[in-house]
Write a protein that binds this ligand. Structure first.
Ligand code: HEC
Length: 294
């Protein structure tokens, strides 16, 4: 390599490094703390959802989050489809019937209330955005359908290099779990006084959030095992994990199928590639000098 191109390569490397090194500091400037990395059953190329966890996560969403947040891209019947929480169709129909849905107009031109059906979208807690804001001090509780994909961040050097090999893509659930567990009351020293309706959360960019701490220990009752106790703790940490897992599924209901197809394609390519290689060797075996075949 000539000296000039060697220098160019070095400069390129240095710029790349300094760019990637500057990412976390830029995030620090906007008040972002990188959430701790959790271990998820659905991470990596072999990842699968834990059905019981998705069912618990749904219970948390239904009993807590759905009082403020909508989830408009999800239909109630999705809860029974393969690859998700896999509630039975009976459970889903029973659940749907507990909702009241506005439908119409009927033959008299009037809107009317009817019990929910499995084919309905998830009922929103507020009729429109203005009502949602009015009930939440002006802040909008975002739709949670794809929130696990919508919240992402750079993890900076050197983490992003390892992330390529581990196929890390769980920023969303890591953030949701961190957000649930990241409330500090009173806020740490040095925080300017909070305005009414503001709360301190370590992991919210800027630290100030308009969502009050949504959940506390023991608030949601989990299904009991044979010994009469819940197999997992009923704590904010566990609720955070479960609700994050559920929201990952909600954002990508076909994730398991996608990962399975990906693996099959890789195996196919491996077999096909080696067949091609041996075919090539056989076809060209009699031409050691590489001259054209006759
Ligand atoms: C009392 C109403 C209320 C409840 C209950 C509630 N939220 Fe929120 N949530 C809000 C509001 C309001 C915002 C907007 C906050 C802001 O913009 O500062 C919000 C924002 C969020 C955000 C986005 C944060 C960001 O990065 O912008 C997430 C994620 C979230 N909520 C998840 C949840 C989950 C999960 C639950 C259930 C455990 C829940 N919320 C329960 C009102 C609520």
């Amino acid at each position: 390599m000539s000296t000039i191109s060697f220098r160019l390569a070095l400069t390129g490397l240095a710029t790349g490094l300094s760019l990637s090194l500057s990412v976390p500091s830029a995030q620090a400037a906007e008040g972002r703390v990188i959430p701790p990395q959790m271990s998820w059953s659905f991470s990596g190329p072999f990842g699968k959802f834990d059905r019981a966890q998705l069912q618990r996560g749904f219970k948390v969403v239904k009993e807590v989050c759905a009082n403020c947040h909508s989830m408009s891209l999800l239909r109630i019947r999705n809860l029974a489809q393969p690859g998700g929480p896999e509630f039975t169709p009976g459970q889903v129909n029973a659940l749907a019937a507990t909702y009241t849905v506005k439908d119409g107009p009927n033959d008299q031109g009037e809107m009317f209330d009817r019990p929910g059906r499995a084919a309905d979208p998830f009922p929103a807690p507020f009729p429109n955005e203005q009502a949602a804001r009015a009930a939440n001090g002006g802040a909008l509780p975002v739709d949670l359908s794809v929130i696990a994909k919508a919240r992402t961040y750079e993890r900076g050097f050197p983490q992003f290099i390892f992330d390529i090999f581990t196929q890390y893509q769980e920023q969303g659930p890591d953030y949701i779990h961190a957000l649930m567990t990241g409330y500090k009351d009173p806020p740490p020293e040095g925080t300017p006084p909070l305005l009414p309706g503001q709360y301190f959360n370590t992991y919210m960019p800027g630290h100030l959030i308009a969502m009050p701490k949504p959940i506390s220990d023991g608030q949601v009752e989990y299904p009991k095992g044979a010994d009469g106790k819940s197999p997992v703790p009923e704590t904010v940490d566990q609720y955070g994990k479960d609700v994050a897992a559920f929201l990952v599924w909600a954002a990508e209901p076909h994730m398991e199928a996608r990962k399975r197809t990906g693996l099959q394609v890789m195996v196919f390519l491996l077999i096909f590639g080696s067949l091609l290689y041996y075919t090539k060797k056989k076809v060209w075996a009699r031409m050691p000098d590489g001259s054209a075949a006759h």
